[in-house]
Design a protein around this ligand. Structure first.
Ligand code: MIC
Ligand code: SF4
Length: 655
């Protein structure tokens, strides 16, 4: 039987376990990336491990999330990251150089290599043929120290692309189509691998849009083969030496195959408030809009922005909307500035945002209440824009620009007939503008020895988790529904500046469920903690969707949360819970979810013993006097980490 590309790369990096779908494996990590919102914790944990230098081929610390700098906290983080990373032998991409995934694709991504990033959209690198996986900062810290990354050996879903995209239909529509098929739930433990004749019709940036938003499927990663299109991209980045032509065997067997005929796709949107709430644009066409933003790591490439500039040239965006662009990197922005495209965009009435995550993570540009906002981003979870009750639609740059001109949702295919606008076909340039001056090189060992790390008082070393209780007496702090995202658990936006200060950030855990005039989740949790009673969160399906932010485990751990009991838990979040010694438990019978209420008192007998050697735990609901079973879906290593009181202790004990 032929091999998938996924298994070929995993095989080369396997250091522990067997390549058998479903079994735990450890792989060697060639490259890591961190960003500032997760990187401060990652580097604080890396420092606590006592390893002086990174042991990967390449580690890059990026600053792209916290750029608004209200108060000193963000700049303190930037200085800490620049000094700690270069001292540790990593590169540091400074604020202004661009979004980690865009810059990594441009300057560092390598076909056939493995990349672990403390950001859930790390799979963007799959667009260039690498196995690029998102994880919590603690896992990335371990990988920087040369440790293996552990994951469940994936099933591989093959997506066969045939045909060619029609004019005005974008690669964003490919991933929106796939989200309509696979949804955001139930894909844990799978990799999506693209193959078929249609692949060669897509450029690397188009592929990267698809693999980037593959994160929303909840899969481990997504990958494209590397081919002549990859060569063209790498040559244009002066990196042809990084090329390795790779593809699946012709007779590779996939666990499931989905066929997508690119020529049959149409422009689509993810409607509020989930990336899998997909509808064709034709059904949304009368919808009035108030804001359009082109940017984020999904759609802010040179090709995307050039298309926007060509369409807007000599035209105006509709006067009742705000239109903004955030180019993905300094390379993109600089090229647009040099060739005059930026002037065309400015003249059309656009607001120009710096190269960073910006509004995608709620750093400004919150829309007015009740206004529809159209964004080329990858996530539209409720409230992520910073406006409660927001109506965010995720679309392609083509749909965004057509709608920005018309002031209402518009099928871009109608631009030609309505306004005589020809579809601008943008090719990859022969050479991108290469200027790595914003990437600070690692210090050599001698320089590093003498270098000082700048560490302001706003940077607080996180508390260590406590050992698991033998018998856990706890109270249900919150009962929530299906699809609770890490944005619900740990809001970002205006609170991002507290990422390097857990006691401060923990005050807003589950902020969206707090009610005016009533004690907050954090206050209730801390009261229990003071009385030595554990906290429990009860949830439905797909708990912890979305980002890799380990603060969604770290802050609840600080507040005394000891276990999450859910119908199912997403991969990255589950690993983060384990890394911070919060026991993830799944309902053996989903119906038992109905028998628990907030404030119920629960008792888990023999918790530590069960984690040691059993697949189940018995949970007693003392309040309503019933007993139910929870499943412990854990690898041996997960058990050891929980019993060692978290990954940091586990790693220290083994070194
Ligand atoms: C996101 O898109 O939600 C983020 C912000 O990039 C997160 C990381 C974080 O919360 O810092 C992610 O995707 O992992
Ligand atoms: Fe940044 Fe948004 Fe991409 Fe997350 S999804 S890395 S916040 S641009």
């Amino acid at each position: 039987m032929g091999k998938t590309l996924t298994y070929k790369i995993l095989e080369k990096h396997l250091v522990d376990g067997q390549l058998k779908a479903g079994s735990p494996i450890g792989i060697r990590i060639d490259q890591t990336l961190t960003q500032d919102a997760t990187g401060t914790t990652a580097f604080l944990l890396f420092e606590s491990m006592g390893t002086p230098r990174v042991k990967t081929d390449l580690s890059v610390s990026y600053v792209d999330h916290n750029m608004s700098q209200f108060g000193p906290e963000n700049h303190n983080d930037h200085l800490y990251l620049q000094t700690v990373s270069t001292k540790a032998g990593a590169h540091h991409s400074r604020a202004g150089n661009g979004i980690c995934h865009q810059v990594h694709l441009e300057r560092f991504g390598k076909p056939g290599a493995t990349l672990l990033g403390s950001d859930s959209h790390t799979p963007t690198g799959g667009g260039i043929g690498m196995i690029a996986i998102g994880a919590g900062g603690m896992d990335v810290a371990v990988a920087m120290g040369g440790g293996a990354f552990y994951l469940t050996c994936p099933k591989v879903i093959g997506v066969e692309l045939t045909g060619k995209l029609n004019k005005w239909v974008a690669s964003k529509d490919v991933i929106l189509k796939l989200l309509s098929i696979l949804t955001t739930k139930g894909n844990v433990g799978c990799v999506v691998e693209y193959f078929g004749d249609g692949v060669e019709t897509l450029s690397v940036p188009q592929r990267a849009t698809i693999t980037n938003m593959g994160a929303e499927l909840g899969v481990t990663t997504s990958i494209f083969p590397s081919d002549e299109k990859t060569r063209k991209f790498l040559e244009a980045q002066n990196r042809e030496n990084d090329l390795d032509l790779l593809s699946a065997d012709i007779d590779a067997e996939y666990d499931r195959v989905i066929e997508i005929d690119l020529s049959k796709l149409e422009p689509m949107a993810a409607c509020p408030s989930s990336p899998d709430n997909i509808r064709p644009i034709t059904e949304l066409e009368d919808l009035k809009i108030g804001q359009v933003i082109v940017g984020s790591c999904t759609n802010s490439s040179y090709m995307d922005l050039m298309m926007i500039a060509e369409v807007l040239k000599g035209r105006q965006t509709y006067e009742m909307i705000e239109f903004a662009i955030a180019p993905g990197s300094k390379q993109v922005l600089n090229m647009l500035a040099k060739n005059g495209a930026l002037a065309d965009i400015i003249a059309a009435g656009a607001r120009i945002l710096e190269s960073g995550c910006g509004p995608c993570i709620g750093q400004g540009f919150s829309p007015a209440s009740d206004l529809v906002t159209l964004r080329t981003f990858n996530r539209n979870f409720a409230g992520r824009t910073g406006t409660s009750g927001d109506q965010a639609y995720l679309v392609s740059p083509e749909t965004a620009v057509a709608s920005a001109i018309m002031g209402q949702v518009t099928d871009p295919r109608r631009l030609t007939e309505m306004m005589g606008i020809k579809y601008p076909k943008i090719e990859i340039p022969k050479k991108f503008l290469i200027d790595d001056s914003m990437i600070v090189k690692p210090l050599n060992v001698d320089e590093a020895r003498k270098a000082e790390v700048i560490r302001a008082s706003t940077i607080v070393v996180p508390e260590s988790p406590k050992p698991l209780a033998d018998n856990l007496n706890a109270k249900v702090l919150l009962k929530c529904d299906d699809k609770i995202t890490t944005d619900h658990i740990m809001p970002a936006g205006a609170f991002l500046k507290y990422r390097s200060n857990v006691p401060e950030y923990a005050k807003v855990v589950f902020n969206c469920f707090n009610e005016e005039g009533k004690p907050t989740f954090a206050q209730r949790a801390l009261e229990l903690k003071a009385n030595n009673i554990g906290g429990i969160v009860v949830a439905g399906l797909s708990y912890g969707q979305g980002s890799s932010r380990e603060h969604a485990a770290l802050c609840p751990m600080y507040l005394g949360v000891k276990a999450v009991i859910a119908k199912s838990i997403e991969r990255i979040h589950k690993a983060n819970l384990i890394n911070f010694a919060i026991t993830p438990i799944e309902f053996a019978d989903e119906k038992d979810y109905d028998g628990i209420n907030q404030d119920d008192q629960l008792r888990i007998e023999n918790l530590a013993d069960s984690v040691k050697s059993s697949d189940k735990v018995t949970i007693k609901n003392i309040t309503s006097d019933f007993e139910f079973e929870g499943r412990l879906v854990l690898s041996d290593r997960d058990r050891d980490i929980l019993l060692a009181a978290g990954l940091l202790n586990y790693t220290k004990n083994r070194s």
